[in-house]
Design a protein around this ligand. Sequence first.
Ligand code: AMP
Ligand code: MN
Ligand code: MN
Ligand code: MN
Length: 274
Amino acid sequence: MNIDFHCHTTASDGSLSPPALLDLAQEREIDMLSITDHDTLEAYQQLDQVYNSIQIIPGIELSSQWNRRGVHIVGLNVGLSSPSILEAVEKQSTARRERAEKIAEKLERFGFEDCLAGALSFASSPEQIGRPHFARYLVKIGAVSNFQQAFKRYLGAGKAGDIKDQWADPKTVIGWIRDAGGVAVLAHPTKYKLTRTKLIELLTDFKVAGGEAMEVISGSQLPSVTRDMARLCRDIGFDASCGSDFHAPNQEWAALGKVAPLPDNCSPIWQRWQ
Ligand code: AMP
Ligand code: MN
Ligand code: MN
Ligand code: MN
């Protein structure tokens, strides 16, 4: 089975439109797919045909904050018209707009001008504005030489433009997902750069708040990391999910439909929908 339960389209910060993403998913022979754009379900409105060979599990990647750290929570199998997820999307888009103003203010203190309008020019809508759009603007005006450098200097974790106090806490976010009939999955746990103790604390809090799964595999990662995450996942009693976190075709470390198989000691989340 080829499963990819984490990827992005132009509805958030990805480079392929939803139909183009589905074309690539078919080419890569994906069996089950979830499009998990940041804080929006808009991609699902843009799919205008039926894809018989692919089982689509409606999903979303919701931004959250845990103890003043930004964390991402994937909701899988959410009801696309459920009031609770629509409320979540509404609240998150307001938070995103407010946050964008703060990010722009911070960047302007470094002497960069028109950051909000500049970032907006790269976003598909004001609701969807995010740090990658600011990064592209910083590259465009020559403030940094490339996208990665924009995160390293100004937008990445702990930098001036990393503002997360707008986001709801995990309990609230997990509540939205569960009320929409979905399963809450902790996204890419290795990307938060937590100590072992803090990571276990996060997983425990996530479980207590109603989370049911974690991504054991996110994009390409070392087999030793996969084994370690699989062990943590099993010990805490979570189901295991996996996804590429695909954003664009030229990023081979996050290639759509090229996710390694889960270790045997995992309980795969997709068994719920087979
Ligand atoms: P936002 O949703 O606005 O908080 O932006 C988060 C997105 O920015 C992530 O989903 C990635 O696509 C991108 N991102 C975050 N950190 C980095 C980084 N260090 N380098 C490149 N892209 C990043
Ligand atoms: Mn992203
Ligand atoms: Mn993420
Ligand atoms: Mn993602």
